[in-house]
Design a protein around this ligand. Structure first.
Ligand code: GLP
Length: 256
């Protein structure tokens, strides 16, 4: 597990974007797992800049998003499909047919979830999964208590998550209480995990995930089991970590 502590949100976002861009350049047909929330916005902005200024090419890239609120059509401003289009897809040259965000309006949730899993397998699996983290330790919408072996399915949101996400809606009553989310096993099957966290309200969740026990009560702690994980945090989110961590990825060949 590689934990990298950057000075601020901008540096955190730039490093994450560089890692993603690196993969896209090396493997133009790569499969990216993407996340929503305020955390990855800076990363998406930087990738958009690279697309415009450095010809970063997404034409063959496929993407799978982690989750979607139940009940929100893709045209709803708070749906994750809408979020992804506004903040990323509309600004790069990705092929719409290569974009996958779970549907929040499917009437057949279990078979839809099976289909989503099958689609991931059919493209050869996800190369890199970008992750944020909830203040309660959730990843995607896998709330505390989620099975560590779970697959894509319907989940009820924690009261804390509903309150945390209410800032994006005009009224607390408008926040959906259910979502479709990739499961924890779906997430850990990806070849590489890239988690980001910024701000003091994530410090507890980061400390529990990185230095605490692996437990379903802190779903993000499953990252400890994955062979290829990078966690990039800003100083505020690193506040409760007790061990020493670098501010740069280690050099490939150790210096003298
Ligand atoms: C939502 C998403 C998660 C995200 C989390 C954190 O609940 N389902 O994927 O990581 O919010 O959001 P933020 O980055 O806004 O703190």
């Amino acid at each position: 597990m590689q934990i990298i502590v950057k000075e601020n949100y901008d540096r955190m976002s730039k490093l994450a974007a560089e890692m993603i861009a690196d993969l896209v350049r090396k493997k133009p047909r790569c499969v990216l797992g993407l996340a929503t929330g305020s955390t990855p916005l800076g990363t998406y902005r930087e990738l958009i800049r690279m697309h415009h200024e450095e010809e970063l090419d997404f034409s063959q890239v496929a993407t799978f998003n982690l989750d979607e609120y139940i009940g929100l059509p893709p045209t709803h401003e708070q749906s994750y499909m809408y979020f992804m289009c506004r903040n990323f897809f509309d600004h790069i040259n990705i092929h719409p047919a290569n974009v996958h965000v779970p549907s929040g309006i499917t009437e057949e949730v279990p078979s839809y979830c099976e289909w989503y899993e099958k689609e991931i397998k059919e493209v050869g699996g996800i190369d890199l999964q970008l992750l944020g983290i909830g203040a309660n330790g959730h990843i995607g919408f896998n709330e505390p208590g989620s099975s560590l072996g779970s697959r894509t399915r319907l989940k009820m949101l924690d009261e804390k998550t509903v309150k945390d996400n209410a800032r994006f809606f005009s009224r607390l009553e408008d926040v959906p209480h259910f979502a479709i989310t990739m499961g924890i096993a779906t997430i850990t099957e990806t070849r590489q995990l890239l988690m980001q966290a910024n701000g003091e309200n994530k410090a507890g969740a980061i400390a529990r995930s990185v230095e605490g026990p692996i437990t379903a009560m802190c779903p993000a702690s499953i990252v400890q089991m994955h062979p290829q994980v990078t966690i990039i945090v800003d100083r505020a989110a690193a506040k409760k970590l007790t061990r020493r961590y670098p501010s740069e990825p280690p050099p490939l060949t150790p210096g003298k």
